[in-house]
Design a protein around this ligand. Structure first.
Ligand SMILES: Cc1ncc(COP(=O)(O)O)c(C=O)c1O
Length: 405
């Protein structure tokens, strides 16, 4: 197990160390939750001030022609660099849930002979729920959600779309994107990847994998702020052939021609629906710009180091780690299964170690290399040890469930 001295030496040698100062992290808090809500980049404060006081306050509606209207494509182009896509294949729009809906319905309408969406049981709830709603909007369509081990057998002649979350939100298990994309394509199906726990966390190569569609959150590893807009990737080859079922005016070829009939814009812009949330976009852009300064190989190497440090602590405490030990098959968080995971999480938060809980028994800790150090992980482990040894988590106040867990 790593000692505090070793952790300090590791931090001193860390090429990403200087990024920590770029975040406004509260003093004394160990933030192991950047995979749920990334912390506030200092640059976002400046960007928000400019957005609200100058752009909104002074430029008023002139702002639309001074960068607002292009923000979905501009920021999409930046996110593209993090996920192995071309700049004109990604757009920032709506929420991940809404983008899932658009992409699933579009994939189902491509080929009327294919009626099934195949996905994994235990996928993130919104993926399953939106898929359920989306198949209900397309005649004859159905959802086939199966256990991970049965996915291969479930893909067949009738499959329109394979819908998978690249890094599992609970366990951090990571699918082999290229291999599963190939399997879907071999059966004539499209594939849609949810990159919510991947973008900015692990290397992603949508283009290299030949992926068709992808979505992801802006508020996790992209540090776009609470409720940040999401992104949608549509491979160049599908941009003309697939239609956006939320055919709103911002996806029209000429929104300000005010035509009665919908004519989709060529390219990625057709995947917009309504007016972009400009303030949220500005916050997301600041987060993405910061991430683009970092080297993904350094992020990956440090993520592995932070994981190994935490995994060794978990082993020493006798915790049941449900995340893969093989770095190539996981994301950038670590999860422990524990019958009192909720209470443990609350007891940690009471000590300013912020992680999260996933029902029914998962304690999930985000290991975000940009601002976390080895010292943070070792100190979090020490606090966890005290809580477990003294059974502090058994305090009844830690069993009270809040609305958001
Ligand atoms: C895999 C995955 N998809 C989607 C979402 C959330 O989607 P939305 O931003 O629409 O709430 C999350 C949130 O944690 C997630 O983990």
């Amino acid at each position: 197990m790593m000692t505090l001295d070793e952790a300090l030496a590791g931090d001193a040698a860390d090429p990403l160390r200087h990024f920590r100062e770029r975040f406004a992290l509260p003093e004394g808090v160990i933030y192991l939750d950047g995979n749920s809500l990334g912390p506030l980049p200092r640059a976002t404060v400046t960007a928000m001030d400019d957005m609200v006081r100058r752009q909104w306050g002074e430029r008023l509606i002139r702002g639309w022609n001074e960068g607002w209207i292009d923000a979905p494509q501009r920021i999409g182009g930046k996110i593209a660099r993090l996920i192995g896509a071309d700049a004109d294949e990604v757009i920032v729009a709506d929420s991940t849930s809404a983008n899932l809906f658009k992409a699933i319905v579009a994939a189902l309408r491509r080929d009327p002979a294919r009626r099934t969406v195949v996905t994994e049981l235990g996928n993130f709830p919104t993926d399953l729920h939106v898929a359920e709603g989306a198949v209900g909007c397309v005649e004859g369509a159905r959802l086939n959600a199966v256990a991970r081990g049965d996915l291969g057998a479930a893909i067949g002649d009738d499959t329109a779309l394979l819908l998978l979350t690249h890094v599992h939100y609970k366990t951090a298990e990571r699918f082999d994107m290229a291999a599963w994309t190939e399997r879907a394509h071999a059966a004539g199906a499209l594939v849609l990847w949810d990159l919510s726990h991947s973008a900015g966390a692990v290397p992603v190569d949508l283009g290299g994998a030949g992926a068709d569609l992808a979505v992801g959150c802006g508020y996790k590893y992209l540090n776009g702020g609470p409720g940040a807009p999401a992104f949608l990737y549509v491979a160049g080859r599908w941009q003309e052939g697939l239609g956006n079922p939320l055919s709103g005016w911002m996806g029209h070829e000429a929104p300000f021609a005010m035509e009665d009939r919908y004519r989709p814009a060529p390219g990625i812009r057709r995947w917009l629906a309504g007016t972009p949330p400009v303030i949220g976009m500005a916050a997301l852009e600041a987060g993405v710009d910061l991430l683009l300064e970092a080297d993904m190989a350094a992020i990956t190497a440090k993520s592995i180091g932070l994981f190994d440090t935490m995994a060794a602590i978990g082993d020493a405490l006798g915790l049941d780690c449900v995340s893969p030990r093989d770095a190539a098959t996981r994301g950038s968080h670590i999860s422990f299964r524990h019958p009192e995971a909720y209470q443990l999480c609350q007891a940690l938060i009471a000590e300013d170690v912020i992680g999260d809980f996933r029902d029914p028994d998962i304690l999930r800790l985000g290991l975000t290399p940009l601002y976390l150090g080895f010292e943070d992980v070792v100190r979090a482990g020490e606090i966890l040890k005290v809580i477990l040894t003294e059974q502090r988590h058994r305090d009844p106040r830690f069993a009270i469930r809040a609305a958001v867990t």
